[in-house]
Design a protein around this ligand. Structure first.
Ligand code: G6P
Length: 613
């Protein structure tokens, strides 16, 4: 790891100067930075040494609440396998990176090795540097956090090494939530080394324990698909060098100095402040409310001790708050039926006023009222829309494509807002809301049935915890205005939302190796299936194609609707059906089956089973 032992230590020291640049008054800045750079000594025996005095002086001047930690600079001393560029590109999952980080699951070979991770982090540094024109890499700082996965520590160290290669200052947050990581690019607090120039969250959301991945942020928000591709291309280019250096690891291992900051406390205190402010600056606006949290052993446990308790809530009965990357209790996912059952049971068993559940990295959430009624999917969107439309009458609510017709009626007829049903994908929904505002259409909420949601007032931060803060504000303010306690105020807000008797999602796989693809991509094949369905629908008088639709084929009929579309990530066509009865749902499913049955690479068995053929 020659480069680490030389360049990294040097860069790290110089980066430290840049941080001091931000902290020190002009008078001292030049002196200390010049001093420490001057005292940098050349490599000795494969390692780099420097005169500790200047660093100590700098450290003494720093008021950061942090500790210095040392990662092993080299990950291994064995030969590192080569990785093709195409394999790097396969790690892209929409606007995230996802891969296998733990070996041992049959058919799932390791793709996110430490060296690959290092290369990706170095690729991000390169991308960031290219964005921040006229800034030296040595003046960039990047925060790194992770969820509760068992590969988290290993990848955090690898990310840190990759960043440090480029001379970027690394600030580790340890266990953190995805929204907190984005927030660290916006927070103005030099004591905590904020704002950072970029941020990396190590997470694979609700996926199985062996997976992991990365989300990247700057103050402009989460990176988009083209940025991720750019980072992976850069990573593929750098990989070979890193692998060569890492293969020499044992002889040249050195220590990498990174900072550790308890940023989750800063982030959580902002949430506490938001609730206090909304309640008229009351210290404990939730006093007497019993609220249980289910963190599913992900990163959301902080919400109990750092948010609810300081606000005065009783939190007994909260469960699965301890991080455990094997997720032994249930999948941390508000879309998962078992997970929703678990929080509902906790609410009922504890006679709590409200239940809150988060996904692994806390960018998604759902709630349960005191009677056990779930606020997730369309109902959570209805509730959030009611809250936001009280504050911003007439505003547009942007949602994903699988939202119900009943939700549109509720938002438009009952709440007097406008429902803009867009595409699936939290980033698509948020970007669309930002676009609408930029062309003069006011939109304050972008939210998905998956439990992702972002508000304009919160910098369009995709934040499950902030969604829950909006519910807490409502509880607290209802009581202040004498409307009584409990979660009835929330339940009343979704009164009138029409809900279908049947709502299903069937996921139809495309076999990518099937001869019917004729060497083409699953994407093209999926598009051909959709075109065929569209043509069939046009000839059927009982079916009506949605006049405005942004993805797939959405059709009304038999008192309900269906949407067939391409998955954002997988060779899959998800089919959503909602209908007033099973019989009507089956009729809709039948029409889809008849239209697509000639596509032999499409696995329609779920559909066949549903229609009972
Ligand atoms: O298109 P699908 O396979 O149904 O996946 C769509 C979903 O993928 C991820 O989970 C994203 O975080 C969601 O924002 C998105 O809605």
């Amino acid at each position: 790891m020659a480069a680490i032992s030389g360049k990294v230590v040097q860069h790290n020291l110089v980066a430290k100067c840049c941080q001091q640049d931000r902290e020190l008054s002009t008078k001292y800045r030049l002196y200390y930075c010049t001093l420490s750079r001057r005292n940098l000594l050349p490599p000795v025996g494969g390692k780099l040494a420097w005169n500790g005095n200047s660093t100590m002086q700098l450290d003494a001047l720093s008021k950061s609440k942090r500790g210095n930690v040392y990662c092993n600079a080299a990950s291994s001393s064995t030969a590192i396998p080569s990785v093709e560029k195409s394999n790097f590109l396969k790690l892209q999952n929409g606007s995230d990176i996802r891969g296998v980080a733990i070996d041992g699951v049959e058919g799932e070979p390791l793709t996110l090795t430490e060296t690959v991770t290092e290369a990706i982090a170095a690729g991000f540094s390169g991308w960031l540097l290219a964005k921040k024109k006229n800034v030296s890499s040595k003046c960039l700082r990047v925060s790194v956090g992770h969820d509760s996965r068992i590969s988290a520590q290993k990848l955090q160290d690898a990310v840190s090494r990759g960043l440090a290669r480029a001379g970027v200052e690394v600030i580790q947050y340890g266990l953190a939530s995805t929204p907190a990581m984005f927030n660290s690019t916006l927070t103005e607090n030099e004591e905590f080394s904020c704002p950072v120039d970029g941020s990396i969250m190590i997470t694979a959301s609700h996926l199985p324990y062996n997976r992991n991945g990365f989300k990247f942020f700057t103050s402009a928000g989460g990176l988009g698909k083209p940025d991720i591709k750019d980072i992976l291309e850069r990573a593929a280019d750098i990989y070979k060098n890193i692998a060569n250096e890492n293969s020499k690891g044992a002889e040249t291992a050195a220590s990498l100095d990174v900072k550790r900051v308890d940023y989750m406390s800063v982030y959580a205190s902002n949430l506490v402040a938001a609730v206090r402010k909304a309640a008229g600056n009351i210290e404990k606006p939730l006093e007497g409310f019993h609220i249980v949290v289910d963190a599913g052993n992900g990163a959301g446990g902080f919400f109990v001790g750092k948010v609810l308790e300081p606000l005065g809530a009783i939190t007994s009965g909260s469960q699965f708050l301890e991080p455990d990357g094997l997720f032994p209790n249930h999948i941390p996912n508000p879309e998962d039926k078992t997970a929703m059952k678990a929080i509902t049971k906790a609410v009922l068993d504890n006679r709590a006023d409200l239940g809150i559940i988060f996904d692994t990295d806390v960018d998604r959430s759902a709630a349960v009222d005191s009677s056990g009624r779930e606020f997730n999917r369309n109902r959570l969107i209805a509730l959030m829309s009611a809250i936001v439309l009280e504050e911003h009458p007439g505003t547009t609510i942007v949602t994903d494509s699988v939202t119900s017709d009943g939700l549109t009626t509720f938002i438009e007829k009952k709440l007097g807002g406008k429902h803009h049903r867009f595409k699936r994908g939290y980033k698509n929904v948020i970007d669309e809301a930002i676009r609408l505002n930029s062309v003069g259409e006011e939109a304050h909420l972008a939210i998905e049935t998956s439990g992702h949601g972002a508000l304009k007032e919160n910098h369009w931060l995709d934040d499950g915890a902030y969604l829950m803060v909006k519910l807490l504000n409502k509880l607290a303010s209802a009581r202040t205005s004498g409307l009584g306690g409990g979660s009835k105020v929330l339940t009343d807000m979704v009164e009138g939302l029409e809900e279908p008797a049947v709502a299903v999602e069937l996921r139809l796989k495309i076999d990518q190796n099937h001869p019917d693809l004729q060497g083409g991509s699953f994407h093209d094949y999926g598009e051909a299936v959709l075109k065929q369905l569209e043509n069939t629908v046009e000839l059927d008088a009982k079916l009506l194609k949605a006049p405005v639709n942004y993805e797939g084929v959405r059709v009304s009929g038999f008192g309900g609707w269906f949407l067939l579309r391409l998955s954002l990530h997988d060779p899959v066509l998800p089919l959503n059906i909602e209908a007033p009865s099973k019989e009507d749902a089956v009729k809709l499913a039948h029409d889809v089956l008849n239209a697509v049955k000639e596509f032999t690479a499409l696995d329609t068995s779920a559909l066949t089973k549903f229609v009972g053929v």
